[in-house]
Design a protein around this ligand. Structure first.
Ligand SMILES: [Zn+2]
Length: 111
């Protein structure tokens, strides 16, 4: 069972990658191209393994940087594009993401 928090993170990722893919790759919403589908799967897998879970900061602030360099570059492009547009399309998720981005990362849990 995934926590509510992780589910919201999933939703935010899906919304951002979906927006990016639709606008830049011409795909229909909820139907990602192969490349973006792979990125989403990868990002979700990283989220599952994130040691912070409930205390997770936004990835921009996270001290771990668990993404492979190539994937990090892709996700950064997605965030840069979708970030400002999220306010219009998914205001609640966007505001939550902005507020969340202000909190600092706690020290990683041991063990
Ligand atoms: Zn795409």
């Amino acid at each position: 069972m995934k926590s509510k928090f992780i589910k919201i993170e999933y939703k935010t990722l899906e919304a951002m990658i979906g927006l990016y893919c639709r606008d830049l790759h011409g795909t229909v919403t909820h139907n990602l191209c192969a490349d973006c589908g792979q990125l989403l799967t990868y990002a979700k897998a990283r989220l599952d393994k994130c040691p912070y879970q409930e205390q997770k900061p936004t990835c921009a602030k996270c001290p771990i940087h668990c993404y492979k360099p190539a994937m990090r570059e892709k996700v950064r492009n997605v965030m840069r594009y979708a970030g400002p547009r999220m306010l219009k399309h998914h205001p609640l998720l966007a505001i939550r993401h902005l507020l969340h981005g202000r909190s600092e990362a706690p020290p990683p849990r041991k063990g």
